[in-house]
Design a protein around this ligand. Structure first.
Ligand SMILES: CC(C)(COP(=O)(O)OP(=O)(O)OC[C@H]1O[C@@H](n2cnc3c(N)ncnc32)[C@H](O)[C@@H]1OP(=O)(O)O)[C@@H](O)C(=O)NCCC(=O)NCCS
Length: 407
């Protein structure tokens, strides 16, 4: 019951005008323990808040939370580029968390979704499952001991790679990325991606260089890196080359880039961030232990926002069919049964062989985890064990999905 002496606050959720974006960004930064944006940084960061993409919740005229949704696409198994809404910068004003603001903003974003898929990068793993998201792609961070690293004699001897300053190839990188991205999970990068990358690199006091590989048909891969002098307690100073953006379209480009990275002078360690978990880096070296996995972490969190359109967009492998049951409390139009086969997907009145929440099917969608693995955890319920094997085959993928971008 409300207190008769207190007037309840009036709460509204609406799309912000561009004049409100800086306040929203500062709210976001404060929620992440960062200072307000400076005038210089704002010149770059304002471009990342495209008009019409930012939603805010107000209480009695005061901004209490923000959330951003941008349009993009994501490659799904089979290679189709499927429209995808990129959810970003969900934040609630410090002191006003855990009162439902974030939930209302996310529900508004989901209801407004036009694309079959929605993605988000999660600051914490406990936030987005309740909104139907699940880990869709993962990435591996590696450390290479450069002094001990010797390439195996069977590694192709392609040496057609050259190094430039990133600024000098600023126009090329977005074009090359767009040309070579092909793995399920790869997203298109907004126009401001490059300027944000350069801004963040400069803010950390580093400059970046790029190695571009020249294949028989033209440039076919790049690796962007910075080099930093790192002083560790008890270990002295080391020069660390950090690769944070590497994409290519052929094994020759990949090995060519690796040869060039290993040839950068003065470097003690190579740290390679955000690599596909199944990229066979260890197999390049005479001693596989020169390559150490520092972390495997979740990358893109995915949510099917239009289940039928999303299922129709991806390829399913092999013969047979399975009826899957989907439960979606936040977008109830998705709830129901779908017959899935290599020949197509459609709604059906038949009973489900395997069922679960939209989050569970979002986890299985790109192929990061098999339906049977989800069933083992209880996330999927199985009415027919043979159908579960069929589901595993249908949802299987040839390489692990991966994004490799920071969005
Ligand atoms: C994360 C955040 C946006 C959630 O918004 P909020 O208004 O606090 O969340 P709500 O009150 O709507 O809470 C909804 C549920 O999520 C839970 N929750 C909120 N934040 C959580 C977190 N960081 N981890 C796990 N659960 C969380 C709440 O306990 C609540 O659970 P319940 O439904 O079981 O009661 C907000 O806490 C925030 O701004 N945090 C700091 C910045 C941040 O991490 N942003 C996310 C960027 S990816």
């Amino acid at each position: 019951m409300s207190d008769p002496g207190v007037t309840p606050a009036r709460t509204t959720t609406r799309v912000l005008g561009p004049h409100e974006h800086r306040a929203a960004l500062n709210l976001f930064r404060d929620s992440h323990h960062q200072p307000p944006v400076t005038d210089t940084d704002w010149l770059v960061l304002r471009k990342t808040l495209e008009p019409g993409t930012v939603r805010g919740e107000f209480s009695d005229g005061r901004l209490l939370g923000m959330q951003q949704t941008m349009s993009g696409d994501l490659i799904v198994p089979g290679g189709a580029r499927v429209p995808s809404a990129m959810c970003a910068r969900l934040a609630v004003r410090t002191g006003h968390t855990r009162r439902g603001v974030g939930t209302r903003l996310m529900k508004a974003a989901l209801r407004a979704a036009q694309a079959p898929l929605m993605t988000v990068r999660a600051s914490e793993g406990g936030i987005y499952g309740r909104f139907g998201f699940a880990v869709g792609t993962r990435a591996r961070d590696l450390v290479i001991d450069r002094h001990r690293a010797r390439l195996e004699s069977h590694v192709p001897d392609c040496r057609h790679a050259y190094v430039s300053r990133s600024e000098d190839r600023a126009d090329l990188i977005p074009l090359l990325y767009e040309e070579v991205r092909g793995r399920a999970g790869a997203v298109d990068r907004p126009d401001w991606y490059e300027s944000l990358y350069s801004h963040d690199t400069a803010a950390s006091g580093l400059s970046s260089k790029v190695i571009v590989h020249q294949g028989p048909g033209g440039e076919d891969g790049f690796a962007r890196y910075t080099v930093d002098r790192v002083v560790a307690r008890d270990a002295g100073a080391r020069l660390v080359l950090q690769v944070d953006d590497m994409h290519y379209s052929s094994p020759e480009a990949w090995t060519g880039l690796w040869r060039a990275l290993l040839n950068v002078e003065l470097v003690d360690e190579i740290h390679v961030l955000m690599r596909p978990p199944d990229e066979p880096v260890e197999w390049l070296f005479t001693d596989p232990r020169v390559c150490r996995t520092r972390a495997v972490h979740d990358e893109t969190w995915l949510r099917l926002t239009d289940v039928e359109a999303a299922l129709r967009a991806r390829r399913f492998e092999g013969d047979g069919s399975v009826v899957i049951g989907v439960e979606d409390a936040l977008l109830p139009a998705n709830s129901g049964c779908y017959r899935v086969s290599g020949d197509g997907v459609g709604r059906t009145g038949a009973a489900a062989h395997v069922s679960g929440s939209v989050a569970a099917w979002s986890a299985a969608y790109l192929g990061t985890v098999r339906p049977s693995a989800l069933a083992a955890t209880g996330a999927l319920r199985v009415g027919d064990t043979r159908a579960l094997r069929t589901a595993d085959r249908l949802f299987s993928v040839r390489s692990e999905p991966w994004s490799g971008s920071f969005l």
